[in-house]
Design a protein around this ligand. Sequence first.
Ligand code: GDD
Length: 314
Amino acid sequence: MKALITGISGFAGSHLAEFLLNEQVEVFGLIRRRSPLHHLNSIQDSINLVEGDLQDSTSLRTILREAKPDWIFHLAAQSFVPTSWRAPADTINTNITGQVNLFEAVRDLSLSPTIQIACSSEEYGLVHPNETPIKEDNPLRPLSPYAVSKVAQDFLGYQYYQSYGMKIIRTRAFNHTGPRRGEEFVASAFARQIVNIERGAPAVIKVGNLDAERDFTDVRDVVSAYKVSVEKGKPGEVYNICTGTAISISTLLEKLIDLSSIKPEVIKDPDLDRPSDVPLLLGDCSKFKNQTSWEPKISLDQTLEDLLNWWRDQ
Ligand code: GDD
């Protein structure tokens, strides 16, 4: 099998590349000029990296012609919610136009890969307490430009399936974390500060909204779900990927502190507040489990320990 990963140099993309290689899948990746490749250090000789850009149809056709992938995992995106308020047009353009260009390049070349698109639980946005755990047919009430871009990606996946019969599987992953998570995302933001304190920085942790609740899955479980989705998922369908357990961000912080030896002061940083924050994301992934038999295997405690250790190694 041959797989093309967009966003291969990123957090989930690099874990997916490793996972697929272990499963004897030939891996191609689209990278932008100047993409940092450090997450791919250990596997760079075993994968095929092609320079290009989702905004550039010619480069997309070149890599698709070369790879002729059986599977495409479309992970590349502007994925940080706060950036989408600072640069809404860029987020919309990167995420929506990038995916349209990919779909159109596949169509132009008359290829018929199975395409997984990384949609998001952020699409649910404002969820009422009586709507949890959230199922796929819950109303979408997006609360950020990022979430709107993911709704559009999601519906474009549906539309290209209906219009052209393209084998598109939509996955709505809930929060995921683990080693290599970018420092701007909450678990890494906390873990990095904890490790800095362990190394002698002042014992202060800056935080944003601690009341939000999220359903965290280990990134290594998420990428195994992505692979299973193209093997066993039904084209045109949408699947939640989550654990079915939510914790508050304050509990997440406590767990990380408990895994360390520090006793920090926790300070609220108003700069980390968002114009609107999704209060609760707790998913129901029984549809995906019933279709594929996928189960997450790694506990949150293990994930957080691995994340802290990863930061300690940096
Ligand atoms: N980033 C960050 N930094 N978030 C903080 C902090 C902090 O210091 N303190 C509290 N939070 C709160 C945020 O307000 C939010 O409620 C929650 O922690 C999680 O924030 P993020 O880690 O930035 O993730 P997200 O939930 O906004 O979005 C992530 O999950 C989505 C899936 O639901 C991203 O990975 C998205 O790309 C993904 O689609």
